[in-house]
Unconditional design. Sequence first.
Length: 468
Amino acid sequence: MLTDPQREALRRLPAVHELLKRKELTPWLKRLPRGWVAQAVGEAIAMGRREILENPTAPHPSASELVARAVDSLHRLTEPRLRPVLNGSGVVLHTNLGRAVLSEAATEAIRQVARSASNLEFRLEEGGRGSRYDHVEELLCRLTGAEAAMVVNNNAAAVFHVLQALAKGKEVIVSRGQLVEIGGSFRVSEIMRESGGRLVEVGTTNKTRIQDYEQALTDETGMLMKVHTSNFRIIGFTEEASRQQLATLAWKWSIPFFEDLGSGILYDLKAHGIGDEPTVRECLEEGTDLLSFSGDKLLGGPQAGIIVGKKVWIDRLKKNQLTRSLRVDKFTLAALEATLRHYLNPEEAAQKIPTLRQILKEEGELKSAAEQLAGMIRETTGDVLRIETVPARSEVGGGSLPGVELPTHCVAITPQKMSLTQLEYRLRQAPVPVVGRVFQNRLFLDPRTLEVNDFPQVAASFRYALQM
Ligand SMILES: *Cc1c(COP(=O)(O)O)cnc(C)c1O
């Protein structure tokens, strides 16, 4: 049963055609076909009606309020939703913030092939049909020492492709210590099932020896597989079979030894004292036949799944029907090629690829950057925030280099006139949103993942958040 105030409120709800006459909507009626504006108004009225029905005592929404809601929804409809944000989180490869930021050269390469026709599948020498993979295969082979290479959508697709093309209906032997789930529901066991491979688990969570693989091998075995455990790490009393051992065993049985490396590295970070991950080249030299990794993790390129290794196996992958449905577009190839070219000169890679540059930033540089950023925010916001700089730790993220923490200096902010939650919320609503990290009841901004050029924009977003 409706109450009298509810009945009255429903009666007073305006009609769509009445609200369309309001002056706030005139610019929208000039910009968009009437239908879109009428729909936004209709939805605002319908929402008002629901509010009245759900709450017997609520005051009815005014016409101005309904129009304001319609205008909000028209803004949402016409403004880009997917847009740049400032990553102050200190997580270099933040999956929710789009993982690797591309180099200038990679960004420009995308622009070039986007605005013009290209030789994507066209051989300029002979004037005939070519393969889209040619543009990166030679580079990948030279940089990793592999015989052959191919590229698919992402590393999850690469793993799926390898399993279904080479091990469908066969057994795939994996150590129990490597049956992990990674990030957004990538589970080795599930991928295996989907691909038609039959998972054979060997060893225990902490120890798996080469004898465990040997004992599990049968005529049904199609592959030995090693999986990088990414953001999960087993420490203490552990043991695993080496690449050399697995490669030798696979060779004896004429099956491939495949490794899902997760975040493949082409630049030797361990030589800089960062983590202890082998490079892709080192894994191949140790005997891995076939190896896959992501394009947008430590490589610092576009989203892609890169597969490198022995030509016999890559040829079989290329011939498989599935290749077509996992294929990458020209933007990915353009950005990947430009990113890979940086690696021809490791010093250039370290300077030009944002992922590497951010990981390699030194404490002294970060300290003065934090002080500079703190000064700029202080200057624009006055005394409504307490702003300090403090030593802290950044993370590589993306499941890469688990356990590695990079020393940094952050700007730590305590709002004085609003709650921390409010400040965070307002910063996310800014035209260029700022994402920080809440820690010890303060908002931390880490200059590791911000560039000095971004600082004025960070300060501007603070001004917006504080409505100054
Ligand atoms: C990240 C990761 C994947 C998934 O890679 P995407 O490129 O995100 O699809 C698969 N395996 C491992 C070990 C990973 O770390």
